[in-house]
Design a protein around this ligand. Structure first.
Ligand code: ZN
Length: 211
């Protein structure tokens, strides 16, 4: 996605909170979008605003996608993938390359977000990479953010859930309660940056009035 498409609007942040049913924190970009424009993946900076290192850069948020991936996990696909990694050197190599791509993407996100180096998580990606498969949501989140051909097992998992969810096919209507109250306020770095620049944020202002 282009830089402009990645920058989260307040509506994006509200949508993420509604999709997850909790306020999102420290989301710096939208990692992937539905064809309709709704967020599919929340990109979080490698260091949270409270200082804690955060390795999981790409978080799958779309409820249909997360539910479909959970069903894959429940059906034993992680064990199947892990077993294949042990017996297939070419796949294992692709998985290690996905790990490297993840680390590189995270460095880029950190640079764009201005968080600087995060030595605490150097060489540590997520989801079990580079050697194992411990969370398919992580692999699918990365596959959606990176596009096809970067995270092989993430691509495979996406193909397996294609009947239920696809980034190319909008099924957003009814997938979450878009009319619900947004779960509390957003404290993302992006909003803070806007505030630091003196750009007003109606949600923060209204909450400020309540204090
Ligand atoms: Zn959509």
């Amino acid at each position: 996605m282009s830089t402009t498409e990645r920058i989260p609007t307040q509506t994006d942040l509200d949508t993420l909170s509604l999709q997850l049913g909790r306020p999102v924190r420290d989301v710096v970009e939208i990692g992937a979008r539905c064809v309709c424009g709704n967020p599919l993946v929340a990109t979080t900076a490698p260091r949270l605003s409270n200082g804690i290192p955060f390795p999981t850069t790409f978080y799958l948020t779309h409820p249909l996608a997360t539910a479909a991936v959970s069903r894959l996990e429940a059906a034993g696909v992680m064990a199947e993938f892990s077993q294949r990694l042990e017996g297939d050197e070419e796949l294992a190599s692709a998985h290690r390359a996905a790990h490297e791509a993840y680390l590189e993407a995270r460095r880029d996100v950190g640079e764009r977000a201005g968080t600087g180096p995060v030595p605490e998580i150097d060489g540590i990606s997520a989801g079990g990479m580079p050697e194992r498969v411990k969370c398919l949501h992580v692999l699918v989140g990365h596959a959606l953010a990176a596009g096809p051909g970067v995270n092989r097992l993430g691509d495979e998992a996406l193909a397996l859930i294609d009947a239920e969810f696809s980034p190319q096919r909008c099924q957003c209507a009814g997938a979450w309660d878009a009319d619900a109250d947004v779960p509390t306020r957003d404290l993302s770095r992006h909003v803070r940056r806007l505030e630091a620049q003196g750009i007003s944020n109606p949600i923060q202002q209204s909450e400020g009035n309540d204090d």
